[in-house]
Structures are given as C-alpha cells and as structure tokens.
Design a protein around this ligand. Structure first.
Ligand code: FE
Ligand code: FE
Length: 175
C-alpha cells in the first residue's frame, strides 16, 4: 500500500487502542483490526474479487456495483485466508468497517469509528466526530451514518442494506 494508506492504517490502529481503553475492549485486538482494516484497499479489483471468491463469499447486488465496498469484504477474507487470523470479532470488525451493520460488537464499533477519527483525518466535522467518539461510540456512529446516508442519496448511489440496518439500530436503541 502507499504511504498515505499506511499512515492511515497506523493511525486507525492507534486510535482504536485509545477507544478500546476508554470503552473496555481488548486493546491488542483493536490494534490488529485497526492496522489491517484496509489491507486490500489498494490491490486491483480483479485480485479483490479473487480473494472474495476464495473466501466463499458471494457479493450481493449493491456490493457488485460499489467497488468501494469490496475492500472490507476482501480484507477480512485475506486476513483469514492468508494471515491465518481466526478471531471472528477481528474478522467482522474488518468486514463491516465500511457499512457498519445491526448489532455491532464493541470491537466492530471501535474500528468503524476509529476509521473516521484517526489523526490524519481532516474532513469537515472530523473534530466533532472525535469529540463525540470520546463521549459515546453510538453518538459518533450516528453522526457518520447520517453523513454517509445523506451523501449517498444526494449522489443517487445505492445504499447497502447493512448501512441502513446500522442506522436503524442506532435509532431504535435510542442513541
Ligand atoms: Fe476502509
Ligand atoms: Fe480506512
């Protein structure tokens, strides 16, 4: 991967450890999931599809048309198949770091959030997101879900069901 992606991965790992300590998750797992979360992001589409197939995963219609979603799926398969990591929570944290999903584990929430709050991130709202992440992971996730859903709908892009399930879950659990 390129320098930017490598720095981002290190920063997400570092941020994930901070959040793990704050919310009582396993800091080592948080570091591992954080550093590996974008492991396949810069490999070719063909290779990603191959890894996904090797992992026995069939992409749904929305995923097929959204290559940006592939790296989470291929990353988790890569880490399982090529690196031999068997911890389901780490694998799921990687797999769902882009869309989120309903009923996320604490580690999944940490990686999803850390991806938006790593220290090189400078999008408008990054500081708000950081501040929220120190108060409540769910509050931070709601903020990023709102942003993502608004952006996708304004672009008339498809919304993956897991993204909606993630949002609904946050609403229904009273974030
Ligand atoms: Fe990613
Ligand atoms: Fe990332």
């Amino acid at each position: 991967m390129g320098d930017y992606r490598f720095t981002h991965s290190c920063n997400v790992a570092e941020e994930a450890v901070i959040l793990a300590r704050l919310y009582g998750a396993d800091a080592e797992k948080a570091y591992v999931a954080g550093i590996l979360h974008d492991i396949t992001k810069e490999i070719s589409k063909e290779e990603q599809l191959q890894i996904i197939a090797d992992g026995g995963i069939i992409l749904d219609n929305v995923q097929k048309n959204a290559p940006k979603l592939w790296h989470a799926v291929s990353g988790s398969a890569y880490v399982r198949l090529r690196l031999g990591i068997k911890d389901e929570d780490i694998l799921n944290a990687i797999r769902y770091h882009t869309t989120g999903r309903a009923n996320m584990s604490l580690l999944e929430k940490i990686i999803y959030t850390a991806d938006y709050t790593s220290k090189e991130r400078s999008y408008p709202g990054a500081d708000v997101m950081r501040e929220k992440s120190r108060r409540s992971l769910e509050e931070a996730m709601m903020f990023s879900c709102q942003f993502t859903l608004q952006k996708l709908s304004s672009q008339e892009a498809a919304i993956h069901p897991d993204q909606l399930f993630c949002y609904n879950d946050l609403v229904l659990k009273g974030t």
